[in-house]
Ligand binder design. Structure first.
Ligand SMILES: Cc1cc2nc3c(=O)[nH]c(=O)nc-3n(C[C@H](O)[C@H](O)[C@H](O)COP(=O)(O)O)c2cc1C
Length: 209
C-alpha cells in the first residue's frame, strides 16, 4: 500500500509514485522481507551508468538479521540523524567504485551514477509501500574502518529503509519537519532553453555602461 503522507504537489502532473516518495523520519518497526529488499536493490541495478560500469555498491544492516552491521552504520551518523534513524528496520550505505573496470582510469561519473541508482531504488521502494531517507550526515572514515571498505571505493551516502510510521510518535521538532508542506523550485529556476539565464541581460548592461 503506497504512502499517502505529505504527497508533493507540483505545477504539472507527474507519475504519482514520484510525488509519494519522501524522506520520512518516522518508521514502523515492521521488518522488510528479504524478497522485498531484493526487489528494491534490483531496481537500483536497472539504472544507467557511464560505460555501463554500474559503480554502485550497497552495504546493508537490518535490525532483525544483521544487528552488528546495523549498529556500525547507525554510529557512523551524526547524532541528529541517529535519533530517528535508529527506529528504521534497515540501514544502508551507498558506495562508489571510483575507477573504471575496463581501464582502471578514474571514473568522474561514479558518484553521479550511484545517485541515480539510489534514486531508482527509492522510487521502487515507494511503489512497494516503503520509503528511503538518504543522508550526508555521517562519517565515511568511520564506515571505512568499521567495514574495511577498500581503497578505490568511497561511501557516498547512508540511508534508512522501511515502512513509514506514525509521525505522531516523533519528538515535536521532527514531527513538524515531517508534516511541513513540501515545496519545489518552479521549472523557470532550473530549466533553461537556448541560453544560460541572465546572459542576455548582462550583455545589455555592458552595452549601456
Ligand atoms: C545526498 C542527500 C543527503 C541528505 N542528508 C540528510 C541528512 O543528513 N539528514 C536528513 O535528515 N536528511 C537528509 N537528506 C534528506 C533531504 O533533506 C530531503 O531529501 C529533502 O529535504 C527533500 O525532501 P524529500 O526527500 O522528502 O522530498 C539528504 C538527502 C540527500 C539526497
Amino acid at each position: 500500500m503506497s504512502d499517502t503522507t505529505n504527497v508533493l504537489t507540483l505545477e504539472t502532473a507527474i507519475l504519482p509514485v514520484l510525488t509519494q516518495r519522501r524522506s520520512p523520519r518516522a518508521y514502523s518497526p515492521q521488518p522488510v522481507p528479504a524478497e522485498t529488499l531484493h526487489q528494491v536493490f534490483t531496481a537500483a541495478s536497472s539504472a544507467a551508468s557511464c560505460f555501463g560500469e554500474q559503480p554502485w555498491r550497497y552495504l546493508v544492516g537490518t535490525q532483525a538479521g544483521s544487528p552488528e552491521a546495523f549498529a556500525k552504520i547507525l554510529t557512523s551518523m551524526g547524532e541528529f540523524n541517529q535519533v530517528w534513524a535508529k527506529n528504521a528496520p534497515v540501514l544502508g550505505i551507498s558506495i562508489a567504485k571510483l575507477t573504471f573496470s575496463h581501464d582502471d582510469n578514474p571514473n568522474a561519473w561514479a558518484r553521479h551514477d550511484v545517485g541515480q541508482a539510489t534514486a531508482t531504488m527509492a522510487i521502487q521502494a515507494t511503489e512497494l509501500g516503503l520509503q528511503v531517507h538518504q543522508m550526508a550526515g555521517f562519517s565515511p572514515d568511520k564506515l571505512r574502518a568499521a567495514f574495511n571498505i577498500p581503497a578505490g571505493y568511497e561511501p557516498v551516502a547512508v540511508f534508512t529503509l522501511g515502512y513509514p510510521g506514525d509521525p505522531a510518535a516523533l519528538p515535536d521538532a521532527l514531527r513538524e519537519k515531517e508534516l511541513a508542506p513540501r515545496t519545489r523550485k518552479p521549472l523557470a529556476e532550473f530549466l533553461f532553453e537556448g541560453a544560460w539565464p541572465g546572459l542576455a541581460d548582462e550583455r545589455y548592461d555592458q552595452a549601456t555602461v
